[in-house]
Design a protein around this ligand. Structure first.
Ligand SMILES: [Zn+2]
Ligand SMILES: [Zn+2]
Length: 297
């Protein structure tokens, strides 16, 4: 069975090189990962909480550990989902000063404590079954976004990296979420350039490192897409993927991640009231509102 899956994947891969648009039209994530995921989920269905070890029957995290997962509390930024200090402020300082290609980003929790442990278990520990648990968190965090979208997609991985890790955690998450939301994921992006590991890079370096790394698989008639990833750190990856999705024909791109890093500056105020109630639709990428504010006094 393993052999037949590998062959069918290899054929799809070759077809993708020859006719990316057709693959996009086929529009479904690779059979290999999907079948591996369902097989592994069956094998590793756990009898214990992944975080504290108490016996469990139906999930990977017990109710106590679940309650301790670090979650953002409202108010948060209407665009990127970062916590903001005052409920009447729509946008965080970053979003008020540098608009994004994506329309909105949301995360289930912060990359800390048990949630970071679960993500590391999936990503580096090879515990693919944790995608089942984390997809349930995505479903919760995506309640505002999922009704708006037509297609789920995910941050792609380069082929060398995929060979090294054996799976793309963002794709696994999208597949598990797809089952819950009845929206099979589409492979809408390819990674066209190798990038340095973003870990350890500063915010500016992350944006530079990831710039031009993704391209659309082909043209799509889908309008509204939801990009799935494990962690949102500076937004650099989400931004670059959103740019490529728009280039591929999407009109609106939303972003949903399991976790986001805690804000570097936990408390900030948007100066005065000039950024309140901004119409998000009027913000063009490249608009420098902060400079405008400073120059305008
Ligand atoms: Zn537990
Ligand atoms: Zn924001």
């Amino acid at each position: 069975m393993g052999v037949s899956i590998a062959i069918s994947w290899s054929r799809r891969g070759e077809a993708g090189d020859d006719d990316a648009a057709e693959l996009m039209a086929m529009g479904r994530a690779t059979a290999l990962t999907r079948e591996l995921a369902s097989g592994v989920l069956g094998l590793l269905y756990p009898p214990h909480c992944y975080l504290c070890g108490v016996p469990l029957e139906e999930s990977f995290v017990c109710p106590d550990c679940y309650r301790r997962l670090p979650r953002p509390q409202p108010p948060w930024c209407a665009r990127c989902g970062a916590p903001v200090e005052e409920p009447e402020v729509d946008l965080c300082l970053e979003c008020a000063t540098r608009p994004w290609f994506f329309d909105r980003a949301r995360s289930f929790g912060f990359y800390a404590g048990g949630l970071a442990e679960l993500i590391r278990g999936l990503k580096y520990g090879g515990e693919r079954a944790l995608a089942w648990e984390l997809a349930r968190y995505l479903l919760q965090a995506g309640d505002e976004l999922l009704p708006r979208i037509e297609a789920l997609t995910f941050v792609p991985m380069s082929r060398p990296k995929l060979r090294e890790r054996g799976f793309n955690q963002a794709e696994l998450l999208a597949q598990e979420l797809g089952k819950l939301a009845d929206l099979p994921p589409v492979s809408a992006l390819v990674k066209v350039r190798q990038t340095e590991d973003q870990t350890g890079l500063g915010p500016g370096e992350r944006f530079k490192n990831i710039s031009g790394a993704f391209a659309p698989y082909g043209k799509t008639s889908l309008q509204r897409g939801l990009l799935i990833d494990d962690v949102y750190t500076t937004g650099a990856t989400a931004e670059e993927c959103a740019r490529a999705l728009l280039e591929g024909g999407f009109q609106e791109v939303y972003v949903l991640t399991v976790a986001r890093s805690r804000p570097r500056v936990p408390k900030f105020k948007v100066p005065g009231s000039r950024f309140r109630n901004l119409e998000l639709a009027n913000l063009e990428p490249g608009t420098d509102l902060l400079r405008g504010a400073v120059q305008g006094g």
